[in-house]
Ligand binder design. Structure first.
Ligand code: ADP
Ligand code: MG
Length: 459
């Protein structure tokens, strides 16, 4: 490919990525050369390279292959003179764009091969920590990765954001490619599937598209909920799916919820997705989070040999950051980067300081409704009376208690709280909050009620 051809191709890309993305991410790319299967581009920073590789790598590769089908990988690298990149993350992610992540088994290469999306080199089985919440999903993934006769088709993995679906899928792909290099394993997101489908439609290459997908040995489609409501993509996905199942080829699907819960998904697809093995990744528990943190720390010790970590820090993080593993990892990365920058031991205090925003954001958000429900249950009154107009003490006191808890436990303003209590004025809310504060100092029963309610709500 020549620089000129890249210039033309860029204009093509502009149409698909939009002009903002184009100006920010595509225009600055400098085409260097094609060596073997790899097309190389220079990027200003490695963060930039990572982002482009993750977000547009697939599209760029697709366009490049239209000009030169021998290209199988795209490499975004910072020219060596400029590689002192202060923005570069401290994790191996920085190497991601440069590493030979896409390696679709050259031995069996043929023109009809679909470039699989880049596999993250960190997402392998040996870096996946197994605990109660994910042991079933892990076992199923392991089984599929053995590549034996297809016993359940598809394997459907589902679970909330950041619980390890993509990690497990990449791990399967890595393992299969390692064990059976000739196998045509294709991993892609549902979004990429749709992108390729639309592209094929536009270029009138539907036959090629069908043929490519029908020649796959193992197909993995990540985040399949994405195609819900997108009718023609669903239709095509359904046909691809059936063709592969008929040929007894393994299919692995992930989604953020169970097949039956994906809205706007055609009934026949839903039922096909349910015919294999459906396993979910449950929210993490404390032990799993701690295990993941410990394994990451092992890894960081290699990167920061002088690292000092006080007792209790990991336990603290595992307790406090419960949302998802990605957030947990991000917190640890930031903590270590910060500590190495200031050259201090990572203490609890430093942790609280450095991660104040993350810790605040992952505090469980209690809603006004929950508080109202809990309080009316506790005092054995109806919810409608709690927020209604009655002024009798049996209603007024619990109402004040609920207002007090709303003020303390949510970030809602007084007028907002007032509105949610039958449209009361903010001064009424303020009065209620003060009243409970006063009472809690002299009335043991009230103080106990507060404590009990707060604890129940925080669970
Ligand atoms: P999902 O696809 O479910 O949203 P990912 O697979 O992208 O989540 O996981 C988010 C991050 O958390 C990744 O960096 C992944 O490596 C990490 N992660 C999730 N679960 C585990 C686990 N059990 N052990 C180690 N790392 C994990
Ligand atoms: Mg994912």
């Amino acid at each position: 490919m020549t620089k000129n051809e890249w210039g033309q191709l860029k204009q093509e890309l502009k149409k698909t990525v939009g002009s903002n993305n184009f100006t920010t991410w595509i225009a600055p790319l400098e085409f260097d050369d094609v060596a073997g299967e790899v097309a190389s581009f220079s990027v200003p920073t490695s963060f930039f390279g990572n982002y482009v590789a993750q977000t547009f790598g697939d599209q760029i590769l697709y366009h490049l292959r239209a000009i030169d089908p021998s290209i199988r990988r795209v490499n975004f690298a910072v020219p060596t003179s400029a590689s002192n990149d202060p923005q570069a993350p401290q994790t191996p992610k920085a190497q991601r764009a440069k590493s030979p992540a896409t390696d679709p088994a050259p031995e069996a290469a043929g023109d009809a091969r679909i470039p699989t999306a880049p596999l993250d080199p960190r997402f392998k089985f040996d870096t996946f920590v197994v605990g109660k919440p994910n042991e079933l999903a892990h076992a199923a993934a392991k089984r599929v990765a053995e590549g034996g006769p297809v016993t359940f088709n598809p394997l459907f993995l589902y679970g909330g954001v950041g619980l390890g679906k993509t990690h497990l899928m990449h791990a399967i792909a890595w393992e299969l490619q390692e064990q059976q290099p000739g196998l045509n394993v294709v991993y892609l997101s549902a979004e990429q599937f749709m992108y390729r489908f639309v592209q094929a439609l536009r270029e009138r290459k539907m036959m090629d598209f069908k043929e490519m997908f029908r020649s796959v040995d193992v197909l993995m489609v990540d985040d399949v909920q994405f195609i819900a409501g997108k009718d023609s993509t669903q239709e095509e996905f359904f046909h691809t799916f059936n063709a592969l199942v008929d040929q007894r080829k393994q299919i692995i699907i992930s989604a953020d919820c169970a097949p039956g819960e994906i809205e706007n998904l055609e009934e026949r697809i839903r039922s096909r997705l349910q015919c294999g093995l459906v396993v979910d990744l449950h929210p993490t528990n404390y032990e799993l989070r701690l295990g993941i943190l410990q394994s990451k720390v092992e890894y960081y010790r290699g990167q920061y040999p002088d690292l000092m970590l006080a007792d209790g820090v990991l336990e603290f993080l595992a307790h406090r950051i419960t949302k998802n593993v990605r957030v947990l990892e991000g917190a640890l990365t930031r903590l270590f980067a910060f500590a190495s920058l200031v050259g201090q031991e990572i203490t609890l205090e430093l942790t609280q300081d450095c991660l104040a925003d993350v810790l605040r954001a992952s505090e469980r958000q209690v809603t006004i409704e929950e508080i109202q429900r809990q309080v009316s249950e506790h005092y054995n009154i109806r919810l409608s009376d709690l927020v209604g107009p009655k002024r009798l003490r049996v209603y007024a006191r619990p109402r004040q208690m609920a207002m007090f808890l709303c003020k303390q436990m949510t970030s809602r303003s007084l007028p907002e709280i007032g509105r949610r209590f039958g449209g009361r004025d903010h001064t009424t809310v303020m009065h209620g909050v003060r009243r409970i504060e006063e009472l809690s100092r002299k009335d043991v029963q009230i103080a106990e009620d507060i404590e009990l309610l707060r604890r129940t709500l925080e669970e």
